[in-house]
Design a protein around this ligand. Structure first.
Ligand code: HEC
Length: 151
């Protein structure tokens, strides 16, 4: 083969491979991105508060916190988390991932500080509640504790 034709053949071959590559990308990447997307959601499923949050102590007295916390919870949280914290509020039902069951073990085994931190920071559909005073957020933690008993 003369050099010029061989070069063209190589070029055509290369563009063919490139074309196939692009088709593979079109066919292959979309499902791959989906799979990676789900993996990311699954990996994000565990939501950990930092160690510094863990040790924070609840400065709000228990009984006072319970009372204030309940009324805050009913207005700000129940639509998603449900009246008893089970994650069955009318707005919560449509969410994916669903709001946690605040009465359940996964939430109750966390420290007050961790819950306070999560309420303050929010994640995804869970709004950050730093518009509420710290005292209100600590009161909410007191109230969430009381949900554990109401199974
Ligand atoms: C718009 C719906 C919505 C509202 C309103 C809402 N939450 Fe949430 N909440 C969520 C969702 C969804 C999650 C799960 C977030 C995640 O894991 O990514 C969550 C998670 C949490 C968690 C962490 C549970 C865990 O995984 O350890 C706490 C604590 C919490 N919410 C408390 C509250 C409190 C207190 C309020 C009211 C001040 C509130 N939430 C209002 C949707 C909501």
């Amino acid at each position: 083969m003369p050099a010029e034709r061989r070069r063209r053949a190589v070029l055509i071959g290369a563009s063919d491979i490139a074309h196939q590559g692009r088709m593979a990308v079109k066919r292959g990447i979309a499902p791959m991105v989906l799979v990676l997307g789900f993996a990311a959601v699954a990996a994000a499923a565990e939501w950990k508060a930092p160690a510094s949050a863990k040790a924070m102590k609840n400065p709000v007295e228990k009984i006072a916190g319970l009372k204030a916390g309940k009324s805050l919870f009913d207005t700000d949280c129940a639509m998603c988390h449900g009246k008893t914290g089970k994650g069955d509020g009318p707005t919560g039902a449509a969410l994916n991932p669903k709001p946690e069951n605040l009465a359940g073990k996964e939430v109750q085994r966390q420290t007050d500080g961790e819950l306070f931190w999560k309420i303050s920071e929010g994640r995804g559909a869970m709004p950050p509640w730093n518009s509420l005073s710290e005292k209100d957020r600590w009161s909410l933690v007191r109230y969430i504790r009381s949900l554990a008993a109401k199974k």
